[in-house]
Write a protein that binds this ligand. Structure first.
Ligand SMILES: [Ca+2]
Length: 314
């Protein structure tokens, strides 16, 4: 493999520059689950206007897209679900395997681990210092050694690369959504908006797990969560789907190259924004928003959900 890890990391850090976050010491609320049924939801097919008038520079112009009906996971894949996959298959994620098979990667960066957001203590801390490669960080140790998912089994799994997500999906007899499928599901029954404020319900309460406060140093967690939230805590969209916006970014199977924007490393389109997005930075918790996700790097705020393969959708 010809890729260099520093290059991979630089791509990730660029992603980080656009997607601010929260502290490594973040402690989630004691809530360990929200009432939500497992399973999938049928997303009606049809023609819809995808994209928006470049609210953010990487977004596409509006275009009419046809999407056949399909079935999508009601929630993001949880730690409990991913644990079942690992138990059944013995699968080890990229973060657990490390990069020792890449001699071009500096030895210090070959260790198993992943990239974790750490809120800066100093106001002037450069943005590229917010994301830290943390040896030992992986899906079941989200902040590194000593951290645990024991109280987060219903939270979305994180620190999964594109291939990790694909492996889970195939084990489950499923696929990752296309960007069009994801956006169809996220837009359905809602009016397109160019608002950059976090999604709200009619009563003014938060409709997605995002970031509140003085970004990036102080997260007030006014929505109840500093980091990830259990899936299903913010109410369903008109189709009965949860957390499409906020909580964690979600992998799609579409190459970012399809957007016409080059990336230094192979990347897939991420959708939905995360618990690190605020109106002052990122603000990508709208259906049209997108970001590149370097394929072989997961982070502390990237997860996924799956769809039923099209041949079985009807
Ligand atoms: Ca939050």
């Amino acid at each position: 493999m010809s890729r260099s890890f520093p290059l991979l990391l630089s791509v990730l850090l660029v992603l980080g520059l656009a997607i601010p976050g929260t502290a490594i010491a973040a402690v989630n609320t004691p809530v360990v689950a929200c009432p939500v049924s497992p399973g999938e939801v049928r997303v009606p097919g049809g023609r819809f206007a995808m994209g928006m008038d470049r609210v953010l520079p990487e977004e596409s112009r509006p275009r009419e897209v046809d999407v056949p009906s399909f079935f999508m996971d009601r929630t993001e894949v949880t730690n409990a679900q991913f644990a079942a996959f690992v138990k059944a298959t013995g699968y080890r994620t990229q973060a657990e395997r490390g990069w020792a098979d890449r001699p071009q990667v500096p030895a210090a960066l070959q260790a198993p681990g992943s990239v974790v957001f750490r809120a800066p203590s100093q106001p002037a801390a450069p943005a590229d210092s917010w994301w830290v490669f943390t040896p030992g960080a992986n899906w079941h140790h989200p902040e590194g050694p000593g951290s645990s998912i024991a109280q987060r089994l219903q939270h979305p799994v994180v620190h999964v690369t594109y291939d990790d997500a694909l492996a889970y999906a195939h084990w489950a007899g499923r696929e990752l959504p296309t960007e069009a499928q994801w956006e169809r599901a996220a837009r359905y029954g809602t009016a397109p908006t160019a608002m950059l404020e976090p999604p709200r319900k009619a009563d003014g309460s938060f409709a997605a797990n995002t970031f509140q406060g003085d970004f990036p140093r102080h997260n007030t967690a006014a929505d109840g969560y500093v980091g990830t939230a259990p899936v299903g805590c913010f109410g369903a969209n008109p189709l009965g789907l949860y957390d499409l916006l906020g909580n964690v970014w979600e992998w799609t199977r579409d190459s970012y190259a399809a957007t016409g924007v080059a990336t230094a490393e192979p990347a897939r389109i991420l959708k939905g924004g995360s618990y690190l997005c605020t109106e002052h930075f990122c603000a990508r918790y709208r259906p049209a928003a997108r970001q590149p996700g370097t394929e072989d790097l997961g982070t502390s705020h990237i997860g996924f959900r799956t769809v039923r393969p099209r041949r079985a959708a009807h």
